[in-house]
Every structure is written in structure tokens, then in C-alpha cells.
Design a protein around this ligand. Structure first.
Ligand SMILES: Nc1ncnc2c1ncn2[C@@H]1O[C@H](COP(=O)(O)OP(=O)(O)OP(=O)(O)O)[C@@H](O)[C@H]1O
Length: 258
């Protein structure tokens, strides 16, 4: 694994907010085949191949408070999987990831919203799960919906699954960045919103960083990564290829064949 000056990979500090040690997760490559009737009668067990692969393997790094980390890598490199493990959505098969503080994740476009619930109920539920009191949610509700925009306000009592992907991202981003969690995970959402909304997101991310929050940003946009992130992690085939300054990581990523 490559490393660069600035952040010493493996150098621990009591102030770290995220510590990954030998993190790994194994996935099935395919759905296991259903048994035929004959197999059921004769063998009574599923003999379908259980081919697996490591979605992530041997991932170790430490992140301090207020760091802005960009995850870089080709499609399928393991970026979203790493965010899901930091968020506690996926559990490791090997190693550990310790998170010191609450995490506000915006992964796969939404913050884990439920399609059947109205957008309003999703906001109330998710904000409550992240520790906001009913009064705090009521106080912040208009700010969240204003940030998300007029189409979202018009549809606030519709089932969330009827929202367009742009509207889903608008509400998800508005909500997770209004929570008080010290760690914010943003997965490739800036590409989905329109130009005006992107500019609002940039300003919001700048103010989160100014407040000292820790940010993980997954993006294929180099300008976005350079604008917000000081540090980069380069994931390739589920391995941590390099950990260094954002500029150095992008240079390395651009220089290497996928
Ligand atoms: N639940 C799962 N079960 C099986 N395989 C999975 C699962 N989740 C992710 N994978 C696989 O793990 C690998 C890493 O996926 P991941 O979504 O983390 O990549 P990524 O770097 O975020 O890619 P992209 O840039 O395309 O978003 C891929 O091969 C993907 O198919």
C-alpha cells in the first residue's frame, strides 16, 4: 500500500473518530441456486456453489476530528461498501471499525428513508433516530424542507417512493446535514442534483467543515474532491491502494490503469 506524508496510516491517536483495523467483508458472488426437487429428495442440502469474494480486505486507517476524506477508485472498488461499514449498515467479517461519535450517512441517494412512508414521516423518524427531540425536529423542519426546495415541499405528504431521484437526494441531503452528528458520509449524491442545488450543497458542506465535522465524500468528480477533501483514500479491488493528501491520491489514481 502506498502512503504519503501528512497522515501517517496506522499512527493512532486518542482523538481519532474513526479507526479501521484489518477491516474485511466477504460477499457471495451470485445468488445461491435453488434446489431442484430431485436434489431435495436425494441430498436434502443445497449443493449450489458458494463462490465468495472480498468486497473489502485488510483495510486499516485512522481519521481525526474535522478531517475531510475523499474516497477514490474505479467502479466496484469498494467505496460505498466502506461507507456502509462506517455507518454500521454492513458488519465486518474480519477486523474492526470503531466510530467515536454519531454518523449521518447519505448513502445510495437517501439517508435510509422508507419508500412507503411519507416524506414528512421519514424526516421525523430519521431525525428522531439520530437523537433530535420532537421539539428540535419541529424547529428544524421548515429549514430542512426549504433547503430541499419547492417540489419537495409540495410533495411532503406523498409516499417517499413517488419522489424523483433528484427530490429524494434533495430531502436526504437537507436532512442529514441538519442533524448534529459529528461524522457525515456523502456518497456520490452531488452528481444527481441540478446546478442550483449543487451550489447550495457546496455551501452547506463548507459550513459543516467549518464547524469541525468529519466528512467522508465519495465522488467521481475531481473538482469536488479537491474542493472539499484534504485527504484521500484510494480503494482498488477492495484493497486500500494508498492513503495520502487528496492531490497526491488523485495523481496516483489518474496515473494507474484501473
Ligand atoms: N451486498 C452485496 N452483496 C454482494 N456483492 C456486493 C454487495 N455490495 C457490494 N457488492 C460488491 O462489492 C464490490 C464493491 O462495491 P461498491 O458498491 O462498494 O463499489 P464502489 O467503489 O462504491 O463502486 P461505484 O463507483 O460503482 O459506486 C462490487 O463488486 C459490488 O458488486
Amino acid at each position: 500500500m502506498g502512503s504519503f506524508a501528512g497522515q501517517e496510516p496506522g499512527a493512532s491517536s486518542t482523538r481519532d473518530v474513526i479507526t479501521a483495523d484489518g477491516l474485511g467483508i466477504e460477499f457471495y458472488r451470485s445468488r445461491r441456486r435453488k434446489l431442484s426437487l430431485r436434489e431435495m429428495v436425494l441430498r436434502r442440502e443445497n449443493t449450489a456453489p458458494k463462490e465468495t469474494f472480498w468486497g473489502l480486505k485488510d483495510i486499516s486507517f485512522r481519521v481525526g476530528p474535522g478531517e475531510a476524506v475523499g474516497l477514490v477508485g474505479s467502479n466496484g472498488g469498494g467505496k460505498s461498501t466502506l461507507l456502509k461499514m462506517i455507518a454500521g449498515v454492513l458488519l465486518p467479517d474480519e477486523g474492526t471499525v470503531k466510530v467515536n461519535g454519531g454518523v449521518a450517512p447519505l448513502i445510495e441517494l437517501t439517508g435510509g428513508f422508507l419508500g412507503e412512508l411519507s416524506a414528512r414521516d421519514n424526516v421525523m423518524l430519521t431525525a428522531g433516530l439520530h437523537g433530535l427531540s420532537k421539539q428540535e425536529i419541529t424547529e428544524r423542519f421548515d429549514e430542512i424542507v426549504d433547503f430541499a426546495g419547492p417540489q419537495v415541499r409540495a410533495g411532503i405528504d406523498m409516499p417517499f417512493r413517488h419522489f424523483s431521484s433528484g427530490m429524494q437526494v434533495r430531502l436526504g441531503f437537507a436532512l442529514i446535514t441538519t442533524l448534529d452528528e459529528p461524522i457525515v458520509l456523502v456518497d456520490e449524491v452531488l452528481a444527481v442534483g441540478d446546478k442550483d442545488f449543487r451550489e447550495k450543497c457546496y455551501q452547506r458542506m463548507e459550513s459543516l467543515l467549518a464547524e469541525g465535522r468529519t466528512l467522508f465524500l465519495v465522488s467521481h468528480s475531481e473538482p469536488d474532491l479537491r474542493r472539499f477533501c484534504t485527504r484521500g483514500l484510494y480503494l482498488k479491488g477492495g484493497r486500500l491502494e494508498a492513503d495520502g493528501s487528496m492531490d497526491e491520491i488523485l495523481e496516483l489514481y489518474n496515473a494507474k490503469p484501473a
